[in-house]
Design a protein around this ligand. Structure first.
Ligand SMILES: [Zn+2]
Length: 462
């Protein structure tokens, strides 16, 4: 569908002038409603007459322009006036060609929409008027024309309502004459930035079912995705799903030259099949590089850790805030992590499978549940559900919670402890744990574990 819209009168041919000027306002309405109509996906041709020096030439130029277009509807935008400035509202009306019932219907809808959107009254009851004396209605040659008289330029009430509701009026006309809604259909896109939905335990259960050997080689693998992601505000579960796709579930088969020992879990630098790509000194740095690279695509916020992605400078920052846009073919800017079709969808399919995975080991025993409740009682934690959900995110964490909950506590802070390292040393000195290094390496893998350790250590009775 194509609509041809012109403003009434011309640059050198005045229309009605009173509190406001008809030509100026008709052009504003024409331009804005054209923009809005385009947003509905309907084609619009817009015209303002700028040449004529008299009314006859002006009308002829406008009609000729319309008649030269291939279009389905002609619209002319005017404002009306009667003599003298007055306070009372006069209202909106839309004119149509005598005898054209379909145009009467569109005219009626347009006036009603303007009235509903602004409070302008419907002139003559239904806001429509048939005219046989207007060239625009009788000489445009598709016999499908309406002429809007948005309001009266000499009515203070009309002008106030028009000015207060300009945007709503333009939107209302756009919707009424296209029959389409201005509200864009809601598309569900998946932001890359945010908190993970899948837990580390679910990710571990997922990959264990497909390729258990990877967790024997890199026991912290899934925790690193979550912790590195949380540090940068990137969803670590999305990065992990991407890695499952890029590495063939960390099996590195299917013709890739990348190996597990390169710690490159995202195909970084593999610009064509058989290329070895980038290598990283540790799994943690490899995952951090991937997280940094995803963040470069997803937003313009600076990194927390120094950048590890050797290819970040190739990325136009913030060009793909959604997983769906990581593939260049789906990206509105034509940019993205991968060139192949449906890249984001493939990642999401894996992510959804991970989210649906029962984390087999997350059985909350009565003993663990009791421990979590105890820790709440002593003020060490305040969100038992969080700890029930994450008690298995780090190996032995469930046991740690049980051990800590059995310690002798005070409900108020006894010792001022500020760092998790200090807290771990104190908990070890109290004889509760015997592997402080294990927890110093891992507390950062779970968002609130460091704080829990500080809370425990500062309340321990000594
Ligand atoms: Zn006019």
């Amino acid at each position: 569908m194509t609509i041809c819209i012109s403003s009434g009168h011309g640059l050198h041919v005045a229309g009605a002038r009173s509190i406001i000027d008809e030509v100026t306002e008709a052009r504003r309405v024409t331009d804005r409603m054209s923009e809005l109509i385009r947003q509905t996906g309907v084609n619009v041709i817009t015209f303002h007459e700028n040449e004529a020096r008299n009314a006859r030439d002006n009308v002829n130029n406008i009609i000729n322009f319309h008649n030269e277009q291939t279009r389905d509807l002609d619209v002319s935008v005017h404002f009306n006036a009667v003599d003298g400035v007055r306070d009372a509202g006069i209202g909106v009306e839309t004119c149509y060609r005598r005898g054209n019932a379909e145009m009467k219907d569109i005219a009626s809808r347009a006036s009603k929409a303007i009235s509903d959107a602004s409070g302008l009254i419907l002139r003559r009851g239904d806001g429509t008027m048939t005219r046989s004396d207007l060239g625009f209605l009788s000489r445009t040659n598709i016999n499908r024309a309406i002429l809007l008289e948005v309001c009266f330029v000499n009515s203070r009430t009309d002008v106030r309502l028009y000015q207060e509701h300009f945007e709503e009026i333009c939107k209302a006309i756009a919707e009424a004459i296209t029959g389409r809604s201005m509200v864009k259909p809601k598309v569900n896109l998946t932001p890359i930035m945010g908190k993970p939905v899948a837990t580390s335990a679910q990710m571990r259960a997922y990959i264990n079912r497909i390729n258990p050997s990877v967790l024997e080689t890199i026991p912290d693998l899934t925790e690193l995705f979550i912790s590195e992601g949380n540090t940068e505000g990137v969803r670590g579960d999305i990065a992990f799903a991407q890695s499952c796709l890029e590495t063939g579930n960390f099996m590195f088969i299917g013709g890739t030259a990348v190996t597990l020992s390169q710690n490159n879990f995202s195909g970084m630098g593999v610009t064509s099949l058989g290329v070895e790509g980038n290598s990283f000194p540790t799994p943690q740095i490899g995952i951090r590089a991937q997280i940094h690279h995803l963040k470069a695509y997803a937003c313009t916020t600076p990194n927390v850790n120094p950048n590890e992605s050797p290819r970040a400078h190739f990325v136009q920052r913030g060009v793909a805030p959604y997983v769906e846009w990581l593939g260049a073919q789906e990206n509105p800017h034509g940019r993205g992590w991968a060139a192949g079709a449906g890249y984001g969808k493939k990642i999401l399919r894996i992510l959804n499978a991970i989210i649906d995975t029962e984390a087999a080991v997350t059985v909350i025993t009565p003993k663990l549940d009791e421990a979590i409740k105890n820790l709440v009682y002593y003020g060490v934690i305040n969100s038992p559900d969080y700890w029930r959900q994450h008690a298995f995110d780090i190996k032995f964490l469930d046991r740690l919670l049980i051990i800590l909950s059995g310690a002798k506590f005070n409900r108020t802070v006894l010792t001022n402890i500020t760092t998790p390292e200090e807290a771990i040393d104190r908990i070890a000195a109290a004889g509760l744990i015997n592997s402080p290094d294990y927890w110093k390496e891992r507390y950062g893998n779970l968002e609130w574990l460091g704080q829990l350790l500080i809370n425990v250590a500062s309340r321990l009775e000594w």
